[in-house]
Design a binder for this molecule. Structure first.
Ligand code: C2E
Ligand code: CA
Ligand code: CA
Ligand code: CA
Length: 278
């Protein structure tokens, strides 16, 4: 029994080492990805279903690993956040998205809102507003066409520092959206005091609509409160006509999801949007 216990322990240590190793490997691979052209942005359409027009898109990060193939952001963003790599990666995303916006602007597609995901760690850096400002200047992007998607976790410490930071971004001309609404704990009444123009209802609340009565109640309540507070709402992860109908009935017309389009690479998105907005 003693020997077996020891073996188990050794196995446990070996497994822990292996995990730590895998993480380290992933970290250094990420570092190479950033320097080696392995990152790209895909764009997913946001539709105003009332007019049928594509009104914007969300930039979603993609990693083309030379051996592992396409690595999903849900697997590498947490590692990037723990290691601090999210800061240079996030800067890269901002710069690339702003460069793309400037290009669309030159091609007559400047009216599309381009939403960019911002990690809490990236947002909480003191230099964040200055970084955004210099990337805007460098790329020539139109700030009024850029929206920053900020998660609730970034807004957890209310106070003058947070308000000033958000206001700086608004003063640059950007709009702010609260991402993954419903997955955190903040209440909308508090959020209303922050300069947020939009909330995004998380896909996890949309998936089981309209059948799941709890999700239906949460989404209905969030929609009516958001609308009463004068905020726009984007529902994400809309896959079915029944989900769309449920949302439309509750006056939510801005939608994003596979029902309309999957995320596409820049060239495919650009030509798709030209066709869609004819
Ligand atoms: P998110 O911000 O909630 O983004 C929406 C996710 O839902 C995307 O996954 C998108 O591809 C997916 N999605 C959209 N419509 C549908 C649908 O109808 N059905 C299903 N099943 N999925 C749909 P993706 O691209 O894998 O990104 C996952 C998460 O990674 C994002 O969740 C976001 O939190 C994070 N992320 C992606 N890009 C960036 C980035 O540039 N910076 C940061 N900090 N995070 C990012
Ligand atoms: Ca998002
Ligand atoms: Ca998210
Ligand atoms: Ca989400």
């Amino acid at each position: 029994a003693k020997a077996a216990g020891r073996n188990n322990f050794q196995f446990f240590v070996a497994e822990m080492n292996q995990r730590a190793n895998e993480r380290l490997q992933l970290e250094s691979a990420l570092r190479r990805a950033l320097g080696g052209n392995q990152l790209s942005l895909h764009y997913q359409a946001q539709i105003d279903t009332a007019s049928g027009q594509v009104v914007g898109c969300e930039a979603l990060l993609r990693w083309h690993h030379p051996q592992r193939g396409m690595v999903a952001p849900d697997t590498f963003i947490p590692v990037a956040e723990d290691s601090g790599m999210i800061v240079p990666i996030g800067d890269w995303v901002l710069r690339e998205a702003c460069r793309q916006q400037a290009e669309w602007r030159n091609q007559g597609l400047g009216g599309l809102t381009l939403a960019i995901n911002i990690s809490a760690i990236q947002f909480q850096r003191e230099s964040f507003p200055e970084t955004v400002q210099s990337i805007l200047a460098e790329t020539g992007a139109d700030p009024t066409a850029i929206e920053l998607e900020i998660t609730e976790s970034a807004l957890m410490q209310p106070g003058p520092v947070l308000s000033a930071r958000l206001q700086k971004l608004v003063d640059l001309g950007l709009t702010l959206a609260l991402d993954d609404f419903g997955t955190g704990y903040s209440c909308l009444a508090y959020l209303k005091r922050l300069p947020l123009s939009r909330i995004k209802i998380d896909r996890s609340f949309v998936t089981d609509l309209p059948g799941n009565t709890e999700d239906a109640a949460v989404v209905s309540a969030a929609l009516s409160l958001a609308h009463d507070l004068g905020m726009e709402v984007v529902a994400e992860g809309v896959e079915t006509a029944a989900q769309r109908a449920f949302l439309t009935e509750r006056k939510c017309t801005l939608m994003q999801g596979y029902l309309f389009s999957r995320p596409l690479d820049a060239a495919s998105f650009t030509s798709w949007v030209r066709g869609a907005n004819k």
